[in-house]
Design a protein around this ligand. Structure first.
Ligand SMILES: NC(=O)c1ccc[n+]([C@@H]2O[C@H](COP(=O)([O-])OP(=O)(O)OC[C@H]3O[C@@H](n4cnc5c(N)ncnc54)[C@H](OP(=O)(O)O)[C@@H]3O)[C@@H](O)[C@H]2O)c1
Length: 207
C-alpha cells in the first residue's frame, strides 16, 4: 500500500518507520521543504521518500494526519484527499496545551468537515509515540490496543489491518462521533498503554 504522511514528527515519523518495515511505501512531509526530511528518509530506507504535504496526500491510498490539530487549516486542499482513507491521529490541543471545546462535535468530525469526500478514520491518537515505537509484538498474544473510530466500515477495516501488521491489536470504538468521543483526551482509554483485553473491558464497562 502507498501511505502518505503529513507531519513527520514523533507520531508521523514513527508510524512511517513502522509502515515501511511492514512492507508499505511511505511519502513523508512536514511544514518545510522535503530535503529537511533527508535524515528520516535515510533512516527508513528505500521504501520512504520525502514530498510536500500536497504530494503526500496525492501519493497515499491511505493518508496519515499527524500535525498539531490547531494547524488543520494548513492542510492541502480537500480535493487532494478525495476518496482517500484519511487516518486522523491528531488531538485537539490548543497552543497552550488545553483541550479545545468542540461542543457537540468531535475532532475527527471536524477533520471530516474540512476534508469532505475523504474517508476519515480516527486512530493512533490515544497512544504515546514511544509506546508506538517500541510496543509492537509479533505474537498476537497480549498485544497493545490501538483504537479506531469511523463511519466507513471498509476504511476502518483497512486501517485495522495496518495496525495488526505493525504488531498491535485494533479495537473498534464505534462511529466517528461516539467512538471519537471514547478516544478523546481525558477518556479512560486515552494516553496509557493497555492490552486489547484491558481495552475491551474498559469499553464494555464505559460504553
Ligand atoms: N506525541 C505523541 O505521543 C502523540 C500521540 C498521539 C497523537 N499525537 C498527535 O499527533 C499530532 C502530532 O504530534 P507529534 O507529537 O508527532 O508532534 P511533533 O513531533 O511536533 O511533529 C509535528 C509534525 O507536524 C509538522 N507540521 C506542522 N505544521 C505543519 C503543516 N502546516 N503542514 C505539514 N506539516 C506540518 C511538523 O513539521 P515541522 O517540523 O516542519 O514544523 C512536524 O513534522 C498532534 O496532533 C498530536 O496531538 C501525538
Amino acid at each position: 500500500m502507498r501511505i502518505g504522511i503529513i507531519g513527520a514528527g514523533h507520531i508521523g515519523g514513527t508510524a512511517a518507520k513502522l509502515f515501511a518495515r511492514a512492507g508499505h511505501d511511505v511519502a513523508v512531509s512536514n511544514s518545510r521543504e522535503p530535503g529537511s526530511l533527508d535524515p528520516l528518509v535515510s533512516s527508513i530506507g528505500p521504501r520512504a521518500k520525502a514530498t510536500t504535504p500536497a504530494d503526500a496526500a496525492t501519493f497515499g491510498d491511505v493518508v496519515l494526519l499527524a500535525i498539531p490539530y490547531r494547524k488543520m487549516d494548513q492542510l492541502p486542499p480537500a480535493e487532494r484527499f478525495a476518496g482517500k482513507i484519511v487516518v486522523d491521529a491528531m488531538n485537539p490541543y490548543s497552543a497552550a496545551g488545553r483541550v479545545t471545546d468542540l461542543g457537540e462535535s468531535t475532532s475527527s468530525e471536524e477533520v471530516a468537515k474540512r476534508l469532505p469526500g475523504s474517508r476519515v478514520v480516527k486512530a493512533f491518537n490515544t497512544m504515546g509515540w514511544k509506546t508506538l515505537e517500541t510496543g509492537g509484538r509479533s505474537s498476537s498474544k497480549d498485544r497493545l490496543a490501538v483504537f479506531v473510530a469511523g463511519d466507513d466500515a471498509a476504511a476502518k477495516a483497512t486501517v485495522a489491518k495496518l495496525i495488526e501488521e505493525i504488531g498491535f491489536a485494533a479495537l473498534d470504538t464505534g462511529s466517528l462521533r461516539d467512538g471519537g468521543r471514547r478516544q478523546q483526551p481525558g477518556s479512560p482509554i486515552y494516553g496509557r498503554p493497555m492490552t486489547a483485553s484491558e481495552g475491551s473491558e474498559i469499553l464494555r464497562r464505559r460504553p
